[in-house]
Design a protein. Structure first.
Length: 72
């Protein structure tokens, strides 16, 4: 996964956690605008989320943030 996407995921997770608490869940769509303005980056996130890790549609933001920080 690209570093720019890793940085974005951590930033979005931090903001969601700050706003809604540690129980908040996210999907990989949370890291993108409502329109598909970067399909390659979206597929990069989807591949990491679905194929690489087999994650459910919604996962706790604290879990995703830690996975990204750990380099998974």
């Amino acid at each position: 996964m690209r570093q720019s996407l890793r940085d974005k995921i951590i930033q979005v997770c931090d903001a969601k956690i700050a706003a809604k608490g540690e129980g908040v869940s996210v999907s990989f769509y949370a890291f993108f605008a409502n329109r598909n303005d970067d399909p390659v980056l979206l597929m990069d996130a989807a591949t990491w989320w679905i194929e690489t890790h087999g994650l459910d549609h919604f996962v706790k933001a604290v879990t995703i943030r830690q996975m990204v920080r750990d380099g998974k």
